[in-house]
Design a protein around this ligand. Structure first.
Ligand SMILES: [Fe+2]
Length: 435
């Protein structure tokens, strides 16, 4: 077995485990294992939990990361005392023994599982209009700088990339580094955004109109709103007046509401309201016989503010595509009135320029944003402006997979231990070595 000294990152460079991942003392009783770590933190692991976490070959196939369910459940469902827990200074594993079996646990893995020592979302940094965000990247280095721009997206919820080919290949070049583009209920998975009176009238007044596109999160009427979206400028010619895109940090807005008006926060985060989308047309060219295939009529009832366990912070579901309350949700007129005052407070904050970071998405500029972390919108488009934007997004599972794979690789841990870790645990494990 390996010791604290390893070479996980670069050949020829050894690193030492950071203090929180090193053991000070180990003790056990019949039902618990107790570890005191070098940083003073204490962890307590129930025996039954240790047994359920076993990753030995006879119970678990490390190649496919699948439990052998019959043997595994026979083992876990047996009442069996913890006989011993053996640790030797300098080792990064712990030997555990039961009457019928013994195994080893990776100590870093054990430390990362102890949620009592997890911070909420240390990777998130909130911002307003005046904040200086270091969030510009170059497409020519999209692969080399992948960790930087992905971590930037986790930190701020928005990142820009310059020098992207201004076409569908460029958009795929950006998003396919994360994973597969989301399949839409349309003839194509890539949206072409232009200001067009006919499209606005027939499909979406706000998205295709010439006026301001109010701040919103996309797909608020889907259970999963879509995770990371990319807007790519494919044409930009504004002889009279620039068109400005803007982004708003939802975490900051929610924090401010919570501080200024706790009751408003409580209402917005607990009372469900309807999000809806009804669209019988198709904005792309499409055979008349296929129109019905792309029609949507969606209804979802959820609070506007919600806590996301994965990212460890509050998020927002917010757009003009809302349809009021279900009659059954609350019949108290005073509560409803309070709710709508809270809703108006939220709207006024999201629309307030002091929260809005602005950018002109010119040809070859890509804006990547975490859809529920930030609201986005756009200023008016002058009638003489020729501007096209290509847009597409990836869903949660695709984004989190890429994050998890990246963090897991950085941790240097075996697949069998990376399997099933929370994102938070992977965050910790990716930073377990001294730099
Ligand atoms: Fe949008």
């Amino acid at each position: 077995m390996a010791s604290h000294l390893r070479a996980p990152l670069r050949a020829g460079v050894t690193s030492l485990l950071r203090v929180p991942f090193r053991v000070e003392a180990v003790s056990h009783c019949r039902d618990f294992l107790k570890i005191t770590w070098k940083d003073g933190a204490k962890s307590e692991f129930p025996n039954i939990w240790l047994r359920s976490s076993i990753r030995d070959e006879q119970f678990f196939d490390a190649g496919s990361c699948l439990y052998r369910l019959e043997k595994y459940l026979a083992f876990v469902s047996k009442d069996s005392s913890l006989l011993s827990a053996e640790y030797h200074e300098g080792n990064d594993f712990l030997k555990v023994q039961w009457p019928e079996h013994s195994t080893t646990f990776d100590l870093s893995w054990l430390r990362a599982q102890d949620t009592t020592h997890h911070d909420n979302a240390p990777q998130v940094v909130t911002w307003t209009a005046d904040s200086i965000l270091d969030n510009f990247f170059d497409y020519s280095r999209i692969v080399e700088d992948m960790e930087s721009w992905m971590m930037c997206l986790r930190k701020y919820g928005v990142a820009y990339m310059r020098g992207v080919p201004p076409n569908e290949e460029g958009l795929k070049g950006v998003l396919h580094t994360i994973g597969k583009i989301r399949q839409r209920y349309h003839p194509t998975d890539i949206t072409l955004l232009i200001a067009d009176h006919k499209l606005a009238e027939e499909n979406d007044r706000d998205v295709y109109g010439f006026g301001t596109l109010a701040p919103h999160t996309d797909h608020g009427y889907y259970l999963s709103q879509g995770k990371v979206a990319c807007l790519l400028g494919s044409r930009y010619n504004a002889p009279v007046q620039d068109t400005v895109n803007f982004f708003i940090d939802n975490v900051k807005v929610i924090e401010d509401i919570r501080e200024e008006d706790p009751e408003a926060f409580e209402l917005l985060s607990t009372v469900p309201i309807r999000a809806a989308r009804r669209r019988l047309t198709v904005q792309e060219e499409c055979r008349p016989s296929e129109v019905a295939m792309y029609q949507v009529d969606i209804h979802l009832q959820r609070p506007l503010i919600y806590f996301d366990e994965n990212d460890g912070h509050y998020k927002l579901r917010f757009s003009t595509k809302q349809a009021g309350f279900e009659l059954s949700s609350d019949k108290s007129p005073s509560k409803m009135l309070k709710y709508y005052k809270a809703y108006e407070l939220l709207r006024s904050k999201v629309y307030d320029p002091k929260y809005q970071q602005r950018i002109v998405v010119k040809e070859g500029m890509a804006a990547l944003y975490d859809n529920s972390r930030v609201c986005h919108g756009r200023g008016p488009i002058h009638q003489t402006t020729q501007r096209t934007i290509l847009a597409a997004d990836v869903v949660d599972q695709v984004w989190y997979s890429r994050c998890r794979l990246m963090l897991g690789k950085k941790s240097g841990l075996e697949d069998r231990w990376l399997f099933g870790c929370s994102l938070k645990a992977l965050d910790l494990l990716s930073d377990r070595y001294e730099k």
